[in-house]
Design a protein around this ligand. Structure first.
Ligand SMILES: NC(=O)c1ccc[n+]([C@@H]2O[C@H](COP(=O)([O-])OP(=O)(O)OC[C@H]3O[C@@H](n4cnc5c(N)ncnc54)[C@H](O)[C@@H]3O)[C@@H](O)[C@H]2O)c1
Ligand SMILES: O=C(O)C(=O)C[C@@H](O)[C@H](O)[C@H](O)COP(=O)(O)O
Ligand SMILES: [Zn+2]
Length: 358
């Protein structure tokens, strides 16, 4: 079992990583809660809810399940969960447990942040991608205008990451999670990137996954402790997300996974960076790896450039109507830059051409 302590302005919390720890939740509770509400989704509930319940010996335990997928990160599901919490009689001394991927984590975390002005919650991530979403306290729901536009910074009281749960993940979700690992590696250094790109996602070895996950979590932990509320360096964790979020929102939440959209967005950031900084970046290396691992790099996704630019404007990094993007001067050296609408139009066209030509 590994433990990493994260310092945050509200309270510190520990990430506990291990095998089989999903059924030991009682052991990790820091106090006696008057009641506990476990929020999960239909797939994860089927697989792991019984195990989690078996590890809880308190009296007032409730659970509820949402439909799986990005479409559940909406205001209607948020409201339903608030209603469930009220009907179960949760009070300010209650705990919410988010058992699932980033959708459950972001949604249940935002419910916890707002229920009676805030109750404790624990993240129990079950996807590779959630190594990112469960750390750092960003909780949110989507608006039809854009991703995560309604949310808060609200740290969990603990992150209990049972890596055994990852063995049931479909390959599509492995791919999605690895897009965030590539992003983290790109803002770290070339060695970390080379390690991540060594992964064969169709035959992923658990020991390899553990190494990559740990490197990703350590990078994320270092950044969010330095800049909890995204005033500076935390923006770099948004590499690939300006276009990525626009693609998710434009094509309809759930059409592309978050990681698939971020993968395309990351290549786009590299494409712009090479031109703006007149530098050579590992564009081709990453493109080849994404191709081999079946990322959907379809130019059709990019055809409506005007609409995509409009969506990109809804990004939370936008200031004074200027789109800001995380770019790379070199691997391990991210920067945040304004890119004009006109330049973006041209880059979207040249990027589409390049996707076909490679
Ligand atoms: N808060 C943050 O800092 C942050 C960071 C990154 C991403 N996110 C958000 O995270 C969300 C994406 O999270 P995600 O990729 O985990 O998606 P997800 O939660 O939708 O999970 C993906 C799919 O895998 C299934 N699943 C989950 N665990 C499983 C398991 N162990 N075995 C089998 N199936 C399983 C789910 O039911 C779902 O169908 C997006 O909304 C994104 O915006 C947030
Ligand atoms: O933790 C962060 O900060 C990130 O940017 C991590 C991203 O992977 C994640 O998708 C996050 O939810 C995006 O944040 P947003 O502020 O752009 O909604
Ligand atoms: Zn992300």
């Amino acid at each position: 079992m590994e433990e990493i302590v994260i310092k945050s302005s509200m309270h510190d919390y520990t990430i506990i990583m291990g095998e089989g720890i999903r059924s030991q939740l009682s052991k990790f509770l820091s106090k006696d809660y008057s009641s506990i509400l476990i929020v999960t989704d239909e797939n994860v509930g089927e697989l792991f809810l019984e195990d989690v319940l078996a590890g809880l010996d308190s009296e007032h335990i409730f659970h509820t399940s949402i439909n799986a997928g990005e479409q559940s990160k909406d205001i209607a599901t948020f409201y339903k969960l608030q209603t469930v919490a009220l009907e179960c009689g949760l009070d300010r001394n209650s705990l919410i447990v988010a058992l699932g991927g980033g959708v459950v984590g972001d949604l249940a975390g935002f419910v916890a942040a707002t229920f009676m002005r805030g109750v404790d919650y624990i993240q129990m991530p079950t996807t590779i991608l959630a190594h990112d979403s469960s750390v750092g306290g960003k909780v949110a729901i989507n608006h039809e205008y854009g991703k995560n536009l309604i949310g808060s910074f609200y740290p969990p009281t603990a992150v209990i990451y049972d890596v055994e749960t990852l063995s049931t993940l479909p390959t599509k979700e492995v791919r999605s999670g690895y897009a965030e690992l590539v992003k983290e590696a790109l803002i770290t250094d070339q060695v970390t990137l080379a390690n991540v790109l060594n992964a064969d996602l169709n035959n992923l070895i658990p020991s390899k996954l553990s190494i990559d996950l740990k490197a990703g979590i350590l990078k994320k932990a270092a950044i969010v402790q330095q800049d909890e509320k995204e005033a500076g360096v935390r923006k770099y964790l948004n590499l690939g997300h300006t276009l990525g979020h626009a693609l998710e929102s434009y094509h309809g939440y759930g059409k592309l996974t978050h990681g698939e959209a971020v993968a395309i967005g990351t290549l786009f950031s590299l494409h712009i960076s090479e031109d703006l900084f007149n530098t050579n970046l590992p564009y081709k290396e990453i493109y080849d790896w994404m191709k081999v691992n079946d990322y959907p790099l379809h130019i059709k996704l990019l055809s409506d450039t005007e609409a995509l630019i409009k969506k990109m404007k809804a990004d939370k990094k936008t200031v004074d109507n200027n789109i800001q993007m995380v770019l790379l001067e070199t691997t391990g050296k991210p920067v945040n830059r304004i890119v004009s609408d006109e330049a973006l139009q041209n880059y979207l066209h040249s990027f589409s051409k390049r996707l076909v030509e490679v």
